[in-house]
Design a protein around this ligand. Structure first.
Ligand code: ADP
Length: 416
């Protein structure tokens, strides 16, 4: 079964073609960037080949898709009708989707209705969907949502202590993101531990440019650090994470900052970048090693804030089988993994320095033998998770769209 995964951004198109029958082999993967600009570019790999490049004139997402389909037919998929499905990454499914959905008119309407919740991402995701439907009208298209995995949060975890009508009328609540990554590593962690997922309690830490943590009880997400937007929670590369909401009022009243400037400050100029002038973790370490105090502070804050969430989510879960590190930082930064876990032996959490130094890929335990909680490093694979969920949805043949009469901002329960 061949499945094409598409992740359409405002000026980019990322893709992977999987052969699900052949051990989930990636046949072709690539990125078309700067769509609409004079210097649009297309980088790709055929299987595990070295990266290749193609010149591209690309005014619109349709041109990008046409270039991709031409490349597919020239290389690994001469007949596009062999595609079993296209799986689209969609950032926000509001309250309508707790599972992937076969795309039809009503599903598109729900994704459109969630645009106010993800104004930068959902329109681009929709553009990818609409153009693909136009170019491949006979191939089933499936939407896989970043928010879906966290739709199992109980109301006391997803509600904000704000007036109720802001939730019921305007959808102001916590949704959570990185759902495909948390879902994927949870499954892999259970497999690695040799336990059924339904009996496994986990804290999963996705630490990349964006970062989030999830508390997973019996395979089900019961809390997560990102909220109504991906700004809440952990300190990130350039996002502030949890701060006093009143700082915005202070900035507006005393510095005269406009809303858009505060938005930009919180999302693009805060986090590690704001504290030490770097957002790439490798550059922060290099700066700290050269004796830069702001870089040392950024590292200490980054680790401290993760540790606070580990403690909080341990309390939420009551019993923990494993702590899972993933994402570019989680998978590669031994210092960070060690530092987040210092002083947690009372919770049964400890890191073995030798195991931590170079954990085997794609899954390794880095806690000492016999430790109460397994500390693990699991390589995430969001594309494969989207492909797997797409294949499962295709097999089920049903969408899980909610009640069409309700807006995704409503408090309506999800119908399955
Ligand atoms: P994205 O969220 O964009 O997918 P990634 O998951 O690829 O990002 O993570 C990017 C982050 O991973 C960057 O901060 C990068 O510095 C960090 N990273 C990658 N390799 C290492 C490493 N060996 N040590 C520390 N950090 C690393």
């Amino acid at each position: 079964m061949k499945i094409l995964i598409l992740n359409a951004g405002s000026s980019s198109l990322k893709y992977s073609l999987f052969d699900m029958a052949a051990g989930h082999t990636v046949l072709l993967s690539g990125l078309i960037e700067r769509i609409g600009e004079a210097d649009a570019g297309h980088r790709y790999r055929i299987g595990a080949s070295d990266p290749l490049q193609q010149p591209l004139s690309c005014d619109h997402h349709r041109d990008a898709l046409q270039a991709l389909f031409a490349l597919l037919t020239e290389t690994v998929l001469p007949d596009l009708s062999e595609l079993a499905a296209v799986g689209h990454r969609v950032v926000h499914g509001g309250e309508f989707f707790r599972e992937p959905a076969l795309i039809e008119r009503q599903v598109i309407a729900h994704i459109e209705a969630a645009i106010p919740l993800a104004p930068l991402h959902n329109p681009a995701n929709l553009l990818g969907i609409e153009e693909t439907l136009r170019l491949l009208p006979t191939v089933p298209q499936i939407a896989v949502f970043d928010t879906a995995f966290h739709q199992t949060l109980p109301d006391y975890a997803f509600r904000y202590p704000l007036p109720g009508r802001l939730y019921t009328e305007h959808g102001v609540r916590r949704y959570g993101f990185h759902g495909t990554s948390h879902a994927y590593v949870a499954k892999q962690a259970a497999k690695h531990l040799g336990k059924p997922l339904a009996e496994t309690n986990l804290i999963t830490l996705h630490l990349g440019n964006g970062a989030s943590v999830a508390a997973i009880a019996g395979g089900v997400s019961i809390d997560t650090s990102m909220g109504m937007t991906p700004l809440e929670g952990l300190m990130m590369g350039s996002r502030c994470g949890d701060i006093d909401p009143a700082i915005a009022f202070y900035l507006a009243r005393t510095l005269g900052m406009e809303l858009d400037a505060i938005d930009k400050l919180y999302n693009k100029a805060s986090g590690c970048l704001g504290v030490c002038g770097e957002n790439d973790m490798r550059a922060i370490h290099a700066k700290a090693e050269q004796g830069d105090d702001s870089a040392r502070l950024a590292l200490a804050m980054y680790a401290y804030r993760i540790k606070k969430y580990i403690g909080a989510y341990y309390a939420v879960l009551g019993r923990l089988d494993a702590l899972v590190f993933t994402g570019g930082i989680g998978e590669n930064d031994a210092w960070l993994r060690q530092t987040c876990c210092v002083g947690l032996t009372a919770l049964g959490i400890a890191v073995d320095p030798a195991q931590n130094a170079a954990p085997a890929k794609p899954a390794a335990t880095i806690s000492p033998p016999g430790a109460e909680v397994a500390v693990t490093v699991i390589a995430t694979n969001e594309e494969l998770e989207i492909a797997t969920q797409t294949a499962e949805c295709l097999t089920r043949g049903a969408s899980t769209a909610g009640d069409a009469a309700k807006s995704p901002c409503s408090a309506a329960p999800i119908t399955e």
